[in-house]
Design a protein around this ligand. Structure first.
Ligand code: SF4
Ligand code: SF4
Length: 498
């Protein structure tokens, strides 16, 4: 049995993938007042209580969030496929909306006009500013509209609408892999930049820009491949790892060469022991030392900060030197491989579509630019009007204002929740239950911060420690938007200091 390295405290354990932001038990009922009463006794300084507390401290490291059973009666949960496969190749949309703005809000320069004919993979938006990556037509066809729309957070996006037509020049055809060993780091980077590869697991930042941050600085440097499935909505990455493991490993070898990493660390959730072993076996093809580190699967273990904490524990206990960590996810690495080995732009991705309102949750392989409405329709549509639709994880996802918005390069999950799963919108007073403190992975006390924010007294520097994991929101029985309040307070404090 491999030793497991985990971040030291807090977090949430999702027992399966029927994710709900608030458990049905967390309804602010009398049960929580009773619990709060006993908790206050527990927190008291009576010597007997102190002894009992010490004995039970070991259990404080994790909190299990109960699932909302309602969704199971309505739909199939988003189950992780038992054999690792189980994705569906999504229908090609008649109309694709190719977004010209990344989710980080940085625009590209549009290169096509109304009526232009575009080929599959043709450059339609040029990334010129910092943070902007090239955008390509995911389907062949004709540009029939130029559109703009406002996203939920108020950011304006622009896009080109392509009506499907003509031949696919690449899809479905065998392409000979190009050798890359003889290429320099600069030549490899050019291919990755040209193909518009971004960090697909969240930030949407061009990979080449992140690489530049590691160009100077102390050695050693380790590439960390994050295969941490702490959030069940990462199931699309899981499927990709199982189906395209060779691409993930080759992409890791390529990016190691690009950044000059001395070693590759495959950080894999301890539940996925066999995946770690397969990654290591495949990596033997390449001339770079590789290690499989088994890490925890409590959310937010996959966040870079918690992952780094776990790896520093590994470093200390195993007496290895990892140095600086360049952390990337499997989807990005597979895209890097396709860019270098096939000169293939980023045109599609795996997306998990589910939630209690979705009739048939599944993982789709989708062309960038497919409209979100069509992805839900392909999963059987909604059982009832959803109360919340968002992309990403229910813990930290982005609300979708319009179902005609397209799937972008960083859309790893789409979910639609019924009202019972979302819970009521009414917030109540803090009952001092301490749940938020228990789960905070960085050791903050969100209850105290919330009260300080309300009283407008000093909250710096503590709020800067928060990284918005959303754990405190999930467990708060009073439904207080703690994470949002703390992260907003941090933004205000930073502005004050400018
Ligand atoms: S205070 Fe911040 S870091 Fe702590 S649980 Fe809440 S969101 Fe996460
Ligand atoms: S803010 Fe924290 S202590 Fe207060 S009710 Fe919510 S979880 Fe409990």
């Amino acid at each position: 049995m491999k030793k497991v390295y985990s971040f030291p405290r807090g977090g949430i354990l999702f027992e399966d993938s029927t994710v709900t932001p608030i458990s049905t038990f967390h309804d602010g009922s009398w049960r929580w007042s009773v619990l709060a009463f006993f908790r206050n006794i527990w927190k008291s300084e009576h010597p007997l209580i102190s002894i009992a507390r010490k004995g039970l401290n070991v259990f404080k490291a994790s909190a299990v969030v109960q699932r909302d059973p309602v969704s199971q009666t309505e739909t199939q949960p988003m189950l992780k496929p038992a054999n690792g496969s189980g994705y569906i190749d999504s229908f090609l949309p008649v109309l694709s909306v190719i977004p010209l703005t990344q989710n980080n809000g940085v625009k590209t320069r549009r290169l096509v006009e109304l009526g232009d004919t575009v080929r599959e993979g043709m450059l339609v938006g040029k990334g010129e500013e910092a943070g902007a990556a090239n955008i390509h037509a995911s389907v062949p066809g004709t540009v029939v509209r130029l559109v703009s729309w406002e996203m939920a957070e108020g950011v304006m996006n622009e896009g080109v609408v392509i009506r499907l037509g003509g031949n696919f020049e690449r899809s479905g055809k065998q392409e000979a892999p190009l050798p890359w060993n003889y290429l320099t780091s600069a030549e490899l980077r050019k291919r990755v930049r040209d193909c518009g590869v971004v960090e697909m697991e969240g930030s949407g930042k061009p990979v080449v820009e992140t690489l530049m941050e590691f160009d100077n600085g102390p050695k050693p440097l380790s590439l960390v491949v994050s295969c941490v499935f702490d959030d069940p909505w990462r199931v699309a990455d899981y499927v990709l790892c199982q189906e395209y493991l060779e691409s993930v490993v080759e992409g890791s070898a390529i990016i190691s060469k690009m950044c000059g990493a001395e070693q590759i660390v495959y950080a894999v959730s301890s539940r996925e022991q066999s995946l770690g072993e397969r990654l290591i076996a495949e990596s033997a093809k390449y001339q770079i030392p590789s290690a499989h580190v088994s890490v925890g699967y409590r959310y937010p273990q996959g966040n870079h900060r918690e992952l780094e904490l776990a790896l520093r524990i590994y470093e200390g206990q195993e007496n290895v030197k990892l140095g600086r960590l360049f952390i990337q996810g499997p989807a990005t690495l597979a895209a890097v491989r396709d860019a270098v080995v096939l000169k293939k732009p980023l045109l599609e991705r795996f997306v998990a579509v589910g939630g209690s309102a979705v009739r048939k949750p599944q993982v789709l392989r989708v062309r960038i630019g497919k409209r979100i409405r069509e992805a839900f329709n392909e999963c059987g549509g909604f059982v009832r009007e959803p109360s919340r639709i968002a992309e990403g994880s229910p813990l930290s996802g982005r609300r979708i204002a319009n179902l005609d918005e397209p799937i972008g390069k960083t859309t790893y999950a789409l979910f639609a929740l019924l009202s019972k799963q979302v819970g009521g919108k009414v917030t109540r007073s803090c009952i001092g239950c301490g749940e938020c403190r228990l789960v905070c992975p960085v050791g903050l006390d969100p209850e105290v911060l919330f009260k300080r924010i309300e009283l407008r007294v000093q909250v710096a520097p503590w709020v800067f420690e928060c990284h918005g994991c959303g754990c405190c929101n999930v467990v708060c029985p009073s439904r207080l938007p703690l994470s949002t309040l703390v992260t907003n307070a941090a933004i205000l404090e930073r502005k004050k200091n400018v």
